[in-house]
Design a protein around this ligand. Structure first.
Ligand SMILES: Cc1cc2nc3c(=O)[nH]c(=O)nc-3n(C[C@H](O)[C@H](O)[C@H](O)COP(=O)(O)OP(=O)(O)OC[C@H]3O[C@@H](n4cnc5c(N)ncnc54)[C@H](O)[C@@H]3O)c2cc1C
Length: 424
């Protein structure tokens, strides 16, 4: 069977690998000039850092075993515990103060209890569907008992979700919370991909027979009884099957078959988180002389910072989400602004600062954000059936998966489309 795959990110490449293994002929169309999509490893003056996806959680078993296929051993990180800086007060991340700890633990306990008893398809039950109309922020407001606790919970989950919590459907959050029920302490952000996240994509691409055609941006598709037609700017392509792996807002901009408008509208309800990642480069790794472990969560407008440089790159990554990310991205010198905020905690950093590079995923033309999330009131309509094929066209990508918004989800989706096609 001839299969056209749109998107050379992790989902598209892994799907290509699996489909070739089962004897199919694959061709890949990619709008950018590189593989990896939202995995983008950036070379620095020395070494590298991640401009996009970075962390492997300890329970991302597909990802860990795929790395093993290429003899890549996840590189463990040892930034724990980081520090929390709020209203000028510094505390260790694992003990941010009694009130913050009480609220954080209370949220975890309450969420675990609801998630454990939630039915597999909560959207079918009116009581749970009601939770969809509430935002995560509404719920945090009710659960938290102090301002400092509310701030800590917001800062923690905003960085986890990539968005302000008033943007997130409570039901969607509880649904995905189930993934974490079996998680052990220390499994979150436990490791990184040796050589960089994009390297994994390059390894998969290098092993494919498939040709990857770059600069090919899908504009519309039509499904016929025994084939599919894909239109790019300058050509039309026929294939027996197609797999489209582009992020949801991009998919919603593409022209669909006329009788599938409702599906396009459904997918348009899945949003992408407003995130900027700012790489701050320094003359020296000045932090090695400090007692900072390498991770920071703060109320200053650098939000979250960690040591992002590897293999000799003197780079700190600031990871900024939600409304604040949008405001900083629109400011006149975002990198300097972020460095100024960081220097309020570590003044010595200014003496070593060379400059910064902003990776504004919120403006990225082929992603429209960093990873998917679902707004209040949208989960019950956007989630069920989101990835169902339309005729001979199948859908993959992290937004279709239970590991929603993770590399692990991209791999999960590739396995699913491979099964869909092979089972036909
Ligand atoms: C800042 C940031 C931090 C992240 N952190 C983590 C993390 O720590 N851990 C983790 O597991 N995940 C993380 N992620 C998410 C992770 O990067 C994604 O889950 C994963 O890369 C998604 O892969 P994908 O193939 O589904 O989508 P993509 O990588 O988006 O691939 C889709 C491909 O389609 C292409 N495309 C788009 N439009 C068109 C078109 N019209 N025609 C043709 N091609 C098109 C794109 O260029 C892209 O190559 C992060 C992402 C970002 C941006």
């Amino acid at each position: 069977m001839k299969i056209a795959i749109v998107g050379a990110g992790l989902a598209g490449l892994r799907a290509a690998q699996l489909l070739e293994q089962s004897g199919n002929e694959v061709v890949i169309f990619e709008a950018r000039d590189r593989v990896g999509g939202r995995l983008h490893t950036v070379q620095s003056s020395e070494g590298f850092y991640e401009g996009g996806g970075e962390w492997i959680d300890g329970d991302h078993h597909r990802l860990i075993s795929l790395l093993k296929e290429f003899n890549l051993e996840p590189e463990p990180t040892d930034f724990y515990p980081g520090i929390v800086v709020s209203r000028g007060e510094v505390a260790p991340e694992d003990n941010p103060g009694d009130r913050a700890t009480a609220d954080f633990d209370g949220i975890d306990e309450a969420a675990s209890a609801i998630a454990q008893r939630m039915p597999a398809e909560p959207w079918l039950d009116e009581d749970y569907a009601d939770l969809d109309r509430k935002s995560l922020a509404d719920w945090f407001d009710r659960q938290c008992t102090s301002d400092v606790g509310r701030w800590f919970v917001e800062a923690y989950y905003r960085s986890d979700e990539g968005e302000d919590t008033d943007q997130i459907s409570l039901l969607s959050w509880l649904h995905f919370y189930r993934n974490y029920l079996a998680r052990e302490v220390g499994e979150m952000s436990a490791a990184r991909i040796p050589g960089g996240s994009q390297t994994l994509c390059q390894h998969i691409a290098d092993g494919l027979q498939a040709e990857i055609l770059y600069g090919k941006s899908l504009k519309s598709f039509e499904t016929r009884e025994d084939h599919v037609e894909l239109w790019f700017e300058d050509e039309m392509v026929f294939a027996d099957r197609a797999i489209i792996t582009v992020p949801p807002p991009i998919l919603a901009q593409i022209e669909w078959p006329v009788d599938q408008e409702f599906r396009r509208n459904q997918i348009a309800q899945i949003n992408m988180a407003r995130i900027i990642k700012v790489a701050l480069e320094y003359k020296t790794a000045w932090w090695e002389q400090s007692d900072w472990s390498g991770r920071l969560l703060t109320d200053l407008p650098c939000q979250q910072v960690w040591i992002g440089g590897r293999h000799g790159a003197n780079v700190l990554c600031a990871y900024i989400c939600g409304e604040e990310a949008q405001m900083i991205a629109q400011s006149s010198d975002p990198a300097q602004r972020v460095q100024n905020a960081f220097a309020e905690i570590f003044p010595e950093s200014s003496d070593h600062f060379i400059g910064g590079k902003v990776h504004a995923w919120l403006d990225d033309p082929y992603a429209n954000g960093a990873f998917p999330f679902i707004k209040p009131g949208k989960f019950v309509t956007a989630w069920p059936g989101r990835a169902e094929p339309v005729g001979n066209v199948h859908f993959a990508g992290d937004w279709t998966a239970e590991w929603f918004g993770f590399m692990e989800g991209a791999l999960e989706s590739a396995e699913r489309v491979n099964q869909e096609i092979n089972n036909e």
